[in-house]
Design a protein around this ligand. Sequence first.
Ligand code: KIV
Length: 307
Amino acid sequence: MSLTTFPGSAHAARGPNSLAKVTMPALTEMKRQGKPISALTAYDYSTARLVDEAGIDLILVGDSLAMVVLGYENTLSITMDEMLHHTRAVHRGARRALLAADMPFGSYHGSVSEGVANAVRFVKEAGAEAVKIEGARTELVRALSDAEIPVIGHLGLTPQSLHRMGGYRVQARTAVAVDHLLADALALEQAGAGAVVLEGVPREAAESITAELEIPTIGIGAGPGCDGQILVYHDLVNLTLAPPAKFVRQYADAAALVRAALEHYRKDVEQHAFPSDAESYHLPAAERKPQKNSRDAMRIAATQGKA
Ligand code: KIV
């Protein structure tokens, strides 16, 4: 196989951030060099382009899409087919960022071979470069690594464990629980995970785990001590249409912007202010007949034709 990179190829970096393609090993190297890793979710082509062109290192097609895009109550009901559909769209828009896909609930909770087969679909059918799985499923992580599929672990508040946790609650709030979390993180690393998302844990716990691991930690609601940070895109731009969690920082108010634009458009249509003449197509001057006469002639011809 050739090692040449073709500039026009689907995955040559695009736009002002034409930096090198981010790979899973590159994330570990960033940790080694003390460079913070930026990560965000995306669920469609246009968002993926914006996120990628902003220079974000890691794009996750999170199963949070179940809630923020598809309007489900939680992440549990989203299917493989829905996740694959959105991962394909994001793949078409992402070039530089590492593209990871969340494996949905039920797609890796049975046998290891079923988990591997589903992960293969993300790589083969949707262009994912890594998959993310929740919990300390070391046997599966080992099997995925053997199948050459990079894995991102996810520990702490794991939304697919909603019913076991009894709600979305901050995890690892005792020294013993922090030790368990650390043991899980180390086990994932040993099994071959390339990174671990730490969600909804005290910053002190995240800091000590980050210090113990060689692979990067990506935090969400885990304080500033992780090797990288991830947010849900809709939270960051205020499109979640729900009160934000404590850890969310809203960098823009897209909901207000879009609402104002939509109301403006509706009023313009109602007041005949849209479209204007400049927004209309025109007949060439030579084709413009005096309207009244030609209409009358057409009406007469139509009446005679009926007689
Ligand atoms: O589903 C998701 O969006 C996630 C992250 C925010 C980590 O799992």
